[in-house]
Design a binder for this molecule. Sequence first.
Ligand SMILES: Cc1cc2nc3c(=O)[nH]c(=O)nc-3n(C[C@H](O)[C@H](O)[C@H](O)COP(=O)(O)OP(=O)(O)OC[C@H]3O[C@@H](n4cnc5c(N)ncnc54)[C@H](O)[C@@H]3O)c2cc1C
Length: 397
Amino acid sequence: MLDYELTGDQRAMRDLAREIAEKEIRPVAPQYDRTGDFPWPIVRTLAQCDLFRVFIPEEYGGMAGGTPTMNMVLVTEELSRACAGIALAFAGTALGAMPILLAGSEEQKRRFLPAIAAGERLAAFALTEPEAGSDAGAIRTTALREGDGYVLNGTKQWITNGGEAEIYTVIALTNPAKGPRGASALIVERGTPGFSFGKKEDKLGIRASATRELIFQDCRVPAQNLIGREGTGFITTMRTFDASRPGVGAQALGIAQGALDLAVEYACNRRQFGAPVSSFQGLRFMLADMAMKIEAARALVYATARYIDSSPQQRPTKYAAMCKCFAADVAMEVTTDAVQVFGGYGYMRDYPIEKYMRDAKITQIYEGTNQIQRDEIGKILIGEYHSRKPRAVKAAS
Ligand SMILES: Cc1cc2nc3c(=O)[nH]c(=O)nc-3n(C[C@H](O)[C@H](O)[C@H](O)COP(=O)(O)OP(=O)(O)OC[C@H]3O[C@@H](n4cnc5c(N)ncnc54)[C@H](O)[C@@H]3O)c2cc1C
């Protein structure tokens, strides 16, 4: 196995996450996939094993050791290898905590992060609305200043960990006249009067993850829950996605690796024409292509996570989009091929492989669809070109 120069601590947390994934998550993954129940017993195990601490700095009860993104990526990958839906309780909490980690005040960090680090309170991030998906600038939820607080009105849609999390980082308009420039990030705690939940969604994949509507009706939050300054909500959102998209890449990576593991095992045991199907070169070529794509995705996801941890002053937008988009496409291709390796049995719910294909699809959709990632990457490439001294391309004579 390629080493990727992980530190001793990183290897230990990866191995611990792998052990929990194999012993605790894999045996119950089909049951959670069927029922759609939220995996609270697994969340408690992750908390007991200190895994929610890996993306939070020591001064707020964490043990990030200066590499929070890489740690989050390693744990997400391992948990997703066994069940991406269950892994989302962890990854969605990292996403929800991100605005506080990146732009929260010292007081907010001390108030909210220790309970997240201990796994006592899950978090969620709420941007999307029924009419504002890719076009996040079209959000309509308002948070209008009244006295010493803000009053929220509006609906957020498809929020991961919705209804289960205690801490919600919500993007809302504090100055609707300014449009997206009037957006701000606020922390809303579950139980705040005027804050309720809509129905839990019935989904194609990641079925152990709770996806719910958040409904705000004259919901009053204290002014000290504003993250950063008024009007910085979209800057905070972009910085959040820069830091969290490698996590989606890691989720995709784990799904793809889990599917390949099963495909190799099946190919070595399924016999046709008097021999294991793994003896047929056509099938071995498929397995080889799957493995090559996964390793390339892993290299890009890990390199991006390292870049984010080691160069906090740089904007990693291009690489964060690349690794999310590339790994998600790899996950979709690899899981589709893994079902093919299983043949007709792969199509049956009795076998574990079709779940990987269903789970992979979401990684191409959320935290910005892969079309939006490609658009961002293309825009950055063109911007980089224009910021250099323009040089016309000439035909070679
Ligand atoms: C299971 C699940 C969990 C989610 N969790 C969260 C969460 O925790 N928090 C949160 O805030 N949101 C969450 N989301 C929302 C998610 O981020 C959005 O679904 C996503 O951003 C896409 O928005 P949309 O679904 O409205 O698609 P649309 O924006 O309506 O897009 C429809 C299609 O048009 C394409 N398209 C749109 N605009 C462009 C463009 N400019 N160029 C090219 N193609 C374009 C899209 O790629 C897509 O193929 C979740 C969604 C799901 C399904």
